[in-house]
Design a protein around this ligand. Structure first.
Ligand code: 5GP
Ligand code: ZN
Length: 141
C-alpha cells in the first residue's frame, strides 16, 4: 500500500535498521524504542489487523516472532521480552499494518506485565464465562 509507512520500509523506500527478513516477514528496530532493542516484526503484505492476515502471512509472522524474540534477548542481554500487538485502532494501534512489538525486559525494570494496562480482573460470572467461551468457539467455526 503506497501510503503505508511499513510497506515503504519493506520496499526500501524508507530506511530502517533491519534485523530479519524472509519471504513473507520482516523485522526492524522501532524508531521510538520503549527500550534499547525494541523491535517490530511485520508481515511483508499489507493487512491492518491479525484477523485480516491470510494464513501464509500469519504463519510467517508467528515464525519470525519465534526467531526474533530470543535473538533480541540474547543481543540485549535481556531477561525476557514483552511481545505485544496493538490489534486495531481501539487497542492503540497507530500504524495500520499489523505488527508485533518485541521489547526487551529486565528483572526489576518495574514496567509490569501487560495486565498493568487494565484496572484488574473484571467480574464475570461462571454462566457468562460459559456463554463467552461458546460464542468465541462458534465464531471460530
Ligand atoms: P503501534 O502504536 O501502531 O502499535 O506502533 C507503531 C510503532 O511504529 C511505534 O512504536 C512507532 O515508534 C513505530 N514507528 C512509526 N513510524 C516508524 C518509522 O518510520 N520507522 C520505524 N522504525 N518505526 C516507526
Ligand atoms: Zn503496509
Amino acid at each position: 500500500m503506497e501510503d503505508c509507512i511499513f510497506c515503504q520500509i519493506v520496499a526500501g523506500d524508507i530506511p530502517s535498521r533491519t534485523v530479519y527478513e524472509d519471504e513473507h516477514a520482516f523485522a526492524f528496530l522501532d524508531v521510538n524504542p520503549l527500550a534499547p532493542g525494541h523491535t517490530l516484526v511485520i508481515p511483508k503484505s499489507h493487512h491492518e489487523t491479525l484477523g485480516e492476515l491470510p494464513d501464509e502471512g500469519s504463519a510467517a509472522l508467528a515464525a519470525a516472532v519465534h526467531e526474533v524474540a530470543p535473538a533480541v534477548e540474547a543481543a540485549m542481554d535481556a531477561d525476557a521480552t514483552t511481545v505485544a500487538c496493538n490489534n486495531g485502532e481501539a487497542a492503540g494501534q497507530e500504524v495500520p499494518h499489523v505488527h508485533y512489538h518485541v521489547v526487551p525486559r529486565y528483572e526489576g525494570d518495574g514496567y509490569g506485565p501487560i495486565h498493568a494496562l487494565f484496572d484488574g480482573p473484571t467480574d464475570v460470572s461462571d454462566d457468562e464465562l460459559d456463554d463467552i467461551a461458546d460464542d468465541i468457539g462458534a465464531a471460530l467455526d
